[in-house]
Ligand binder design. Sequence first.
Ligand code: FNR
Length: 189
Amino acid sequence: TTFKVGYLIGSLAKESINRKLSKALIRLAPEHLSFTEIPIKDLPLYSYDYDADFPPVARAFKDAIASVDAVLFITPEYNRSIPGALKNAIDWASRPYGQNSFTRKPSAVIGTSPGAIGTAVGQQHLRSVLSFCNSPQMNAPEAYIQFKPGLITDEGEVTNESTAEFLRSYMAAFHQFIVRVYTALPRET
Ligand code: FNR
């Protein structure tokens, strides 16, 4: 069986290093995972005033999450937390009340920054939010990637073999995690 993974990139920057990381992860992932980006950049700022009638862009966003088997968050750390754009997207997905898109949706988090702690603090915040949203999360392995210039090319090629091997094993573990979640809890379709 192939599992569909939707990935959310926490950065809107054109030269985002987390976008480069996403390309690397897709290249290194096991063949039984397929990938679609779930874009967050066109979502307006969330308010519960929208709950009665979500705009098309927000419906499309929730439909995109519903159509995948698992979600992968690839995000920078901004001010020791997650970027506002990503939090906004998660808030949209979590509503209207009773229609939380993350319930029973397996997830994993990963990120890269030029600093040595490699998004560790931001990832802890994201894990806390995803716990509240009732997403079964892959707890281990964790992946804090320090981005040194040239580590990943624009095409997503990892230039350091030990990092490539680590990212390959991370994606293999995510695949196994998704298999385990759906073995315990069959898909509803
Ligand atoms: C940062 N950066 C950053 N880095 C980090 O390791 N911890 C942090 O708390 C922050 N805070 C922060 C806040 C803001 C507003 C910006 C713009 C940047 C640096 C950040 O890691 C760097 O810009 C990366 O390039 C961000 O990843 P993307 O957006 O290129 O994928």
